[in-house]
Design a protein around this ligand. Sequence first.
Ligand SMILES: Cc1cc2nc3c(=O)[nH]c(=O)nc-3n(C[C@H](O)[C@H](O)[C@H](O)COP(=O)(O)O)c2cc1C
Length: 360
Amino acid sequence: MKTRITELFGIEHPIVSSGMSKVAIPELVIAVCEAGGLGILASASLTPDEARASIRRIREKTSRPFGINITMKTPFAADMCRMVLEEKVPVVNMSLGRDARFFAAVHAYGGKVVNTVTTEKHAKAGQAAGADALIVTGHEAAAHGGAVTSLTLIPFLRDAVDLPIIAAGGFADGRGLVAALALGADAIAMGTRFATSLESPLHQNIKHAAVGNSVADTLYSVNFDGLPCRVMDGPEARRQFKRPMTLVKACMKALIVSRWMKVPLSKVLRMIWEEPGEFRMRAHWGAFGIQARRGIEQGDLEHGISPIGQSQGLVQEVLPAAQIIRNVVQQAEEVRARVNASMTAGQGETVVLRPVSHSA
Ligand SMILES: Cc1cc2nc3c(=O)[nH]c(=O)nc-3n(C[C@H](O)[C@H](O)[C@H](O)COP(=O)(O)O)c2cc1C
């Protein structure tokens, strides 16, 4: 399956493993890359030195291209960009912002840039800033999907920009891959599906809950981390969904998290000084670090929260990442053949999409 994305990155399959804080660790990235996809390392909960060590671990285990996600709202974003230029990471995925000068610097060492967007305005801004491709994230996604679902957002942005598109949000199997390509995308990024893989460090409780949950068992609100965010339904998530943390409490928790992450107080104060309008959002963002640790790392949804997408309802078992990729590719081939046969027959034949067998 060759697409503009497989050509751009030099990968075998049009399948990307999303950058996910605390989840997209080197082991997951390596497994995805070795299986012919593109693994993206998460850096939002790491210091630049920790991220550099992760990049080097990946390079020790695979010679294939891989990516790193830089989430722009984090205190270390600028330092992370500098470190990525030094390490010359093959693919840089920037979310929650863009920076044309940085994109040009990545191009100067031969790297590729993918900008994550959820709106037409940001898609056009990403294109104007020099991105090589976009990750377009629909409403179904874990964490920060947009207001519009993938089904309408992907074709809408396909018409709005020329760049290759990686569709994200709700994609978890071969049916989703064929659908994304039909909508005008050139690849899919899967977060929830790879978060529930064997190599993912997401706590067992959350993986098993995801396997048992339906597509409806998520909550989407600005109350969790200060931006519209989708998480797994659970006791703490419900409490916060109904009533957000007070600003004072969020500030106190954010300070605790900044100490865990070794963020100098001067940096915290400079962020507040430079963008006072984002103060509330940043406080909740920081405080979310405590709940994410309890949810993602400790599997405790009574006191913690874990991002998860609606596609959890499509996950039937925890599998190795390579097996997930094989299943997606195999099912996509079957679905494509069936759709082709049905369309060329032109007899109004019903297309039956059987559930994929995950135990292949
Ligand atoms: C546990 C978890 C953590 C995530 N952390 C981040 C993050 O730090 N930065 C980011 O841009 N997206 C993050 N995401 C969102 C994914 O990058 C991706 O957009 C999303 O999972 C795609 O939708 P899907 O879950 O339906 O596949 C996270 C997702 C999960 C499941």
